[in-house]
Design a protein around this ligand. Structure first.
Ligand code: SF4
Length: 289
């Protein structure tokens, strides 16, 4: 298998066969993100992708899941995506799931018919970053899309039969926008009603604009109590029946897992217990991205 540069994948793709179909991220300007800074966005030659799948078939006896990396697989031509998915199905009949990251821009260029065909050919789920439902936070963080645009694209994915996993980031509005970030993010999740909701907690990495703003005193991180207050507000406003909620990433201080809305009260009790006893939180030194 051949990989170019650092390869990122969602935590739930830890055991997936990962093949790059693009390199980098087509947006690559979010102020908090350092993921694909070392490479320019490019489409990987189709024949190389197919070769990697053929190589993987020789190497692995059982491939349950496939993740199409890097940041924006859906930006490829529909016909090429169909060829990739047909090849996966042909080579790995045992494969249960094919997933990729998808940006609002790449979903926008796909017609409903194309998304339905991608679904029929085995694209099971896409991961999309909402980051925040608050437009002020999205503008500050240079996300390049409004919350309404992201929500619309999430809804488009779901109505065409592809499952949706959406993430947002606690603390992304700093103390100033804490309440609006929490409430508007919950509203955006509710409007999409995705199969999976994932919450990360902001960690600032060197080399990003956000790191510089932090050094210059233009941005403040939340302390642990504020993170919990924001998480409580988010949880209180979530109304997304059936969505699996996960806040179990290494960046999170508090681990929360459950299915909405049925487990919301239990998760609120877990938040309450942590608010009364901060020693329940993951120590700062153990956090990571
Ligand atoms: S957060 Fe996602 S869209 Fe933004 S630069 Fe990073 S990879 Fe690209």
């Amino acid at each position: 298998m051949r990989y170019y540069g650092s390869v990122y994948r969602p935590p739930s793709e830890a055991y997936s066969l990962i093949v790059q179909v693009t390199y980098g991220c087509s947006h690559n300007t979010c102020a908090f993100c350092s993921m694909y800074k070392e490479k320019h966005f490019a489409l990987r030659p189709l024949e190389e992708i197919l070769e990697d799948f053929r190589t993987a078939r020789q190497l692995y006896r059982h491939v349950d899941k496939v993740f199409l990396a890097d940041g924006d697989a859906l930006v490829r031509k529909a016909a090429e995506l169909y060829t990739i998915l047909d090849t996966v199905r042909e080579l790995f009949p045992e494969c249960q799931r094919v997933t990729s990251y998808a940006s609002p821009s790449s979903i926008r260029i796909r017609t409903d018919e194309e998304l339905q065909t991608l679904c029929a050919k085995g694209l099971t789920m896409v991961y999309m970053g909402l980051e925040s439902g608050c437009d002020e936070v999205l503008t500050l963080m240079r996300k390049g899309h409004s919350a309404a645009e992201i929500v619309e694209m999430g809804q488009k994915v779901r109505r065409n039969g592809i499952a949706l996993s959406v993430t947002a980031i606690t603390g992304l509005g700093g103390p100033e926008l804490l309440e609006r970030h929490a409430v508007d993010t919950a509203k955006a999740f509710n409007a999409m009603n995705p199969e999976y909701i994932g919450m990360l907690t902001l960690m600032v990495e060197p080399g990003t604009p956000l790191y510089d703003w932090l050094q210059e005193g233009k941005f403040q991180l939340l302390d642990q109590s504020q993170v919990l207050r924001e998480t409580r507000l988010l949880m209180e406003h979530l109304d997304s029946p059936g969505s699996v909620f996960r806040m179990n990433h290494a960046s999170n201080y508090l681990v929360l897992k459950g299915t909405l809305n049925q487990d919301r009260e239990a998760m609120l009790r877990t938040i309450g217990a942590a608010e009364h006893d901060l020693s329940r939180l993951r120590p700062e030194a153990w956090r990571g991205l």
